[in-house]
Structures are given as C-alpha cells and as structure tokens.
Write a protein that binds this ligand. Sequence first.
Ligand SMILES: Cc1ncc(COP(=O)(O)O)c(C=O)c1O
Length: 432
Amino acid sequence: MTDDLLARHRAVLPSWMPLYYAEPIELVSGSGRRVTDAQGRTYLDFFGGVLTNMIGYDIPEIREAVERQLATGIAHTSTLYLIRQQVELAEKIAQRSGIPDARVFFTNSGTEANEAALLVATNHRRSHQILAVRNSYHGRSYAAMGVTGNRTWSASGLNPLQVAWLHSGDRVRGLLARLSADEQVDAAVEDLREVLATQTAGDVAALIAEPIQGVGGFVHPPDGLFAGWKKVLDEHGILFIADEVQTGWGRTGEHFWGYQAHGVTPDLLTFAKGIGNGFALAGVVGRAEVLESVSAISFSTFGGNPISTAAGNAVLDYLIAHDLQANAARVGAILADGLRSAVGNLDCVAEVRGKGLMLGVEFVRPGGSEPDPALTNRVFEAAREGGLLAGKGGLHGNVLRMGPPLTLTEEEAREGLAILVDAIRSAAGVAA
Ligand SMILES: Cc1ncc(COP(=O)(O)O)c(C=O)c1O
C-alpha cells in the first residue's frame, strides 16, 4: 500500500530528496503518455520523469532493443572492450551535434556529463576559472554544484572551480528584466565584459549555460544572446559549454539543440535524461582537440554500457524516424497558445514561457512580481486531482513546468491543456 510505502520511504531514505504532492504517489505502470498509480488512478504525464521519458512509456521499439541485448546474456562488459552499440550511438550523436571533428564520452548522468565537460575545459585551458549563469542547475557533484546558481540546489559551498556569475534571461525580475530583447542582449554582453574585467584573472576556461534553464523554471534568454556572448568569449579563447540535458533532441521544436536558436556552435555539449528514455545514459560531445585534454586514464564503469546504449540507439532512431522535433513544435504550439489565451492575462500569471514541449507558467502575487509558490502548489495539486502530472521549478518554486514526452498527440495536448486551465483558474479563484 502506498501509505505504508511512504512511511518506509521516510524511514530509510534521506529527507533532502523531495517527494512530489501532499499525498505522494507510486507510479506502477505506464503506456504512451499515461501512467497509473498504485491506487489505480491514471494520469496524463506532462513531466515524463523530469523530461526523461522523452518517447513515452512502454514503447515497443525501445523495449525490444533492450530485450535483444539482454537475450545475448551480456548486460555489461565495461569500456575495456569494444561495445558495438556505444560506437554506433557515438557516431550518430557526433554527426548530429553540429560540432566539427566531434568525440563523445558517455556517462551515467547529467552531473557526470557536466563534470567531464568541466574537466576537459579546465585541462585544455589550464585554468579553473569558469563563467556560469545565475538561476542555473548543472548537477550534484562539487563542480556541477559549483556552477549551479540556485541556493535551493546548492548543498555545499565547497567548489573546485573559481566561478563568476552572469545574468540569466529572467524577464520577470532581476536587473535585466523588462528590457526589450535587443536591450537585454546588449546589457548581457556588456555585463560579460565587465565580469571578465572585474571578477576574473583573464584566463577563464569556459562559460557553461543551459539554453533554457530547467530547474530554473524554463527561464531563457532572447534568441541570439549566446552569439553576443560567444563573440566576447572568442576574443579571449574561452570555451562555450551548452548544457543540453533538458533542451536537446528536438524538445524545443524549432531546433534539434537549444544552442541553435543563438546561431553559435558550442565547443562542448552535454546530454542526459531523454536519450535513454529511462535507461541511465548521458555524456559530453566536444571538439577532439578539447575532449582529448585528459592526460590520465579516465573511464566510467557503466558509462555507455550495452543496455543503455541499446536503448539510446532505439530512442534516437525512433525520434528521427517519427520527426518528433516537428511534433514538439506543432503540439507545443497548441499548448503554448492555449495557455496564453486562457490564463496569460490573469493577474497571478507573470509569464507563460518556453519553447516546443518545454513550457512554464510563472505565478506571482497579483499586481507585481512577488513570487507566489503557495498558489503554484495549489495549481500543481489541482492538476494532479484533475488527472495531469506536471512539474514545479524556478528559483522561488513559483513556476509550473510542463515537459511531456515528445510523442504527445494533439488530442492529449488539448486534454492536458483543459486540465491545466481548470487547475489554474480554480486555484486562483477565477470563475470558469
Ligand atoms: C540542465 C541540467 N543539467 C544537469 C542535470 C543533472 O543531471 P542528473 O540528475 O542526471 O545528474 C540536470 C538534472 O535535472 C539538468 O536539468
């Protein structure tokens, strides 16, 4: 029983690992975009295990690929031996990354992918100075936490890096809020020049940035801002790392990678979450010259193992064969337009933002920009009661986040939209 499981969970797992919902749920089965909990209630899933079940649940092509690998008797060999699926997946990712002469290193998680990117960047540049963005999240190791600009997710101040902070693309609050897109780009570039001149010793290794900040509540800068930054970075030889853990694989609809909205090519790109559709698969892609900057043995026991890369190949093949990027653009527009027209004008909604199937609604106290996490929580609970799972995020916990599987259909988008609109209106006390 779930109640019993909750007590057992609390007795044996650490309390700093949060559980969603006043009455936490156990998801016991799934199919397509729907999951069923231990009480037998079925939900439309608009969060996909934090944007990780990118294709959806119980997808035959992925299950069969994993089952084929299991049937060989080999679940694991270690990277001391050739792994056919790993090489095949690396070839596909290198080719799709947009990075010339690319090499791929596989890890188990986004944290490790960023850790590896930071390792090669700092080795390559012989500097431990890094530029990071406020309101970011990059993972839970010391270096990844060190470049995370969110107090709620910073569990330690110990940091192997020296970090200087740039402004995020927040349009609701902060120094660059309410500027026009062009003004924001100019101000952010000027800020970068000032930060380099005042907070660094000049020889900075890299800038790490998420094209759309995931944990940060889907805040994103105006298109082209990374190009403004990159011009300055190039003057100094500073590398650019795009953390595509949430934004990759066509989720933004308009592009395959989030960085492409800015007309730049990163030196390093990190990926995780969606590519495994639930199997532990992540990694970093980079120019050979940079990724080869490791002068010792460095290997990951499980990174890119036969099972996870069998899944990864099946996920990527499915994604491309079904053009899920185009689906994200089409179905995402239904959601975004529907949300904007139904709730965009409410006093308590500061912004409906995001791209493709990565959409957020930020809630504030009416008439200003004071965050309203309590209202956000009411909306979040009401959506669940209505049969829809969503996520929460933002620096102040006041953003509802939607990151459904990229296979979401138009009917499912409309169904979810109706639940969300009802949840927002009822939680905000607005008559239907
Ligand atoms: C943008 C981003 N980078 C890195 C990570 C860390 O990934 P993981 O939890 O797989 O270590 C996350 C996780 O949410 C993320 O959203």
